[in-house]
Design a protein around this ligand. Structure first.
Ligand code: GLN
Length: 203
């Protein structure tokens, strides 16, 4: 039975996430159908979700305006995985420290937008990530930092600042795992999850 993977597509790096999910599923020998999410009514069919980088103010506004935000809440409440990257992390956080972002409150962290500088300050770093054996090539582009961590677990830090966190089925990264050919973060989020594993058994 195919998995159904949703990529939030109201704005941001949609195609790159879809490709990373397809690669991660192929390595696990799992068939997957990708659905782009621009309207309400699609998330309830999805086994796993990715929320991309882009502009967090725009993404959060459209998620609420289209009625997608409560569907993402229900997806996470059902224990299904969500990978939220860069702007996606800002939207998923409990506090974006910016009134223009209407957060979903799915990861109990406060983030600081654009904490690592502007577009020209983009950089790549080999990061140690909990759960991965080898360092991950992390690409940071106008990335947020996490400056307060509540009920979330820190999976990786850069220069002493947390840059990857997990809370239950939700993983948020300051960097862009979809922009490298390395799909181990997608695999980690989507395939160490009981709700996804149960689908193999046909439940
Ligand atoms: N700086 C963007 C924001 O605050 C995020 C950048 C990104 O997703 N690459 O929304």
């Amino acid at each position: 039975m195919s998995l159904i993977a949703g990529v939030v597509a109201v704005q941001g790096d949609v195609a790159e996430h879809a490709e990373a999910i397809e690669r991660a599923c192929a390595r696990r020998d799992r068939a997957v159908e990708i659905r782009e999410i621009r309207d309400a009514g699609i998330v309830p069919d999805c086994d796993l979700l990715a929320m991309p980088g882009g502009e967090s103010t725009t993404i959060s506004r459209l998620l609420h305006a289209e009625g997608i935000a409560p569907e993402i809440d229900a997806h996470v409440a059902a224990g299904k995985p969500l990978l939220a990257t860069c702007a996606g992390l800002i939207v998923a956080a409990s506090d974006a420290a910016d009134d223009r972002v209407d957060e979903l409150g799915l990861i109990d962290v406060r983030v600081e937008r654009n904490a690592f500088g502007r577009q020209k300050d983009s950089f790549e770093a080999a990061l140690d990530v909990a759960g991965l054996e080898e360092p991950f090539p992390a690409v940071f582009i106008r990335a947020p930092a996490i400056d307060e961590v509540g009920d979330a677990e820190v999976l990786a830090s850069w220069n002493g600042r947390p840059v990857a966190v997990r809370q239950g089925p939700v993983v948020g990264t300051s960097f862009h795992p979809e922009l490298t050919p390395d799909d181990r973060i997608h695999e980690l989020v989507f395939f160490a999850n009981p709700a996804v594993d149960a689908r193999r058994a046909g439940h």
